[in-house]
Design a protein around this ligand. Structure first.
Ligand SMILES: Nc1ncnc2c1ncn2[C@@H]1O[C@H](COP(=O)(O)OP(=O)(O)OP(=O)(O)O)[C@@H](O)[C@H]1O
Ligand SMILES: [Mg+2]
Length: 330
């Protein structure tokens, strides 16, 4: 198999330039530390580094690869949850995290984004939560090397009728995550529907970190307030410690007054949760979706990639080494 063919198995791959930037060295510095088999030629004449090799580099720098469960939640619709799920997952995979997305939304937008719509006889979360040990590993579908999805379809809309018992609500997503963890997954990302249903309750109970994306439009704060209150109330109902909650401000445009006003209000009211990296408005997100991929499949530089990368570094704890090595992080 030649390099090009191998490259196809890794649609999402970090370039030596990106790894050098993160580690505070030059591309040659990275290449000198590699065997020939650890890198490959990718589109645009660039050198791609296999995720397992990126992981080796980052582990040496003290990065923790123990599994994190990240739930993406906002009760409001069309606010960037799916964009956050798919972008975070593909970038985490590039940084060497074995990643699985659980699509809990009956709309199945994340599933569609990766062209992973299940056949009628293929299981989804609704079919597997009662028998995770038997079913999870047979249900996950491969998007790319070390990047998988538990797809969704309309039947997940029936979850509210089947997850009635509170202990089932508490454990359903967690039990599925435990099987994934036992099978070596290091990052689990859960995309949720824009509703107050059992999918969200169960995801909140399983999460180490909850990311709440939001835009600056007039109704966003209402959605944000409801979401934060709901997270508090779920944790108190189940008598659980609260997971980390992080607000991701997206579709930011500094030329727009609404963006600046929302940013000020966010920093004032939610400073504890606010992620200090903003995602600017960009057409790259919808362009990538049209190709059934995310912004991180492209090798070209873009503000969308730059912004999402800073936030993912922050979530994965990579911002520490980036700063140590002279990168600007805030
Ligand atoms: N930073 C951004 N700049 C421009 N458009 C964006 C940005 N982030 C997200 N979008 C666009 O906003 C729209 C809604 O995003 P997305 O589908 O991620 O929201 P959602 O919260 O998952 O929606 P739903 O609640 O219906 O599941 C999409 O068309 C997406 O491409
Ligand atoms: Mg969505």
């Amino acid at each position: 198999m030649n390099n090009w063919e191998q490259g196809f198995q890794h649609k999402y791959i970090l370039t030596s330039e990106e790894l050098a930037d993160l580690c505070g060295t030059t591309e040659n510095g990275i290449k000198e530390n590699l065997n020939q088999s650890e890198s490959l030629c990718i589109r645009g004449g660039k050198t791609g580094i296999y995720p397992s090799v990126v992981k080796k580099f980052l582990k040496k720098n003290g990065i923790d690869y123990s599994c994190q469960v990240l739930a993406i939640v906002n009760m409001r619709g069309g606010i960037g949850k799916t964009t956050a799920s798919i972008s975070t997952a593909t970038r985490a995979k590039q940084y060497g995290f074995k990643t699985c997305i659980i699509d809990m939304d009956p709309q199945g937008s994340t599933t569609l984004a990766f062209d992973m719509t299940p056949e009628a006889d293929e299981p989804i979360f609704y079919d597997i939560w009662q028998k995770p040990d038997e079913m999870v590993m047979g249900t996950i579908k491969k998007i790319d090397e070390d990047l998988y999805i538990i797809p969704s379809s309309l039947e997940n809309g029936l979850l509210d009728a089947s997850l009635i018992n509170p202990s089932h609500q508490k454990n359903a997503v967690n039990d599925v995550c435990n099987v994934l963890k036992a099978n070596g997954f290091e990052m689990i990302i859960i995309d949720n529907p824009p509703s107050l249903g059992t999918a969200v309750i169960s995801s909140v109970c399983a999460a180490d970190t909850i990311v709440v994306p939001m835009f600056s439009d007039a109704f966003s704060f209402r959605g944000l307030d409801i979401t934060i209150n709901e997270i508090h109330s779920i944790c108190s109902t189940f008598n659980m410690d609260e997971p980390k909650v992080r607000i991701l401000f997206s579709k930011y445009d500094r030329r727009e007054k609404a963006s600046e006003t929302a940013l000020l209000e966010l920093k004032e009211r939610y400073s504890k949760y606010f992620i200090p990296f903003l995602i600017r408005t960009s057409t790259e997100f919808s362009k990538a979706l049209q190709k059934k991929e995310t912004i991180f499949a492209s090798r070209r530089k873009s503000t969308a990639k730059e912004d999402y990368d800073m936030y993912v570094k922050h979530i994965l704890g990579l911002d520490k080494i980036y700063k140590q090595n002279g990168g600007k992080c805030d």
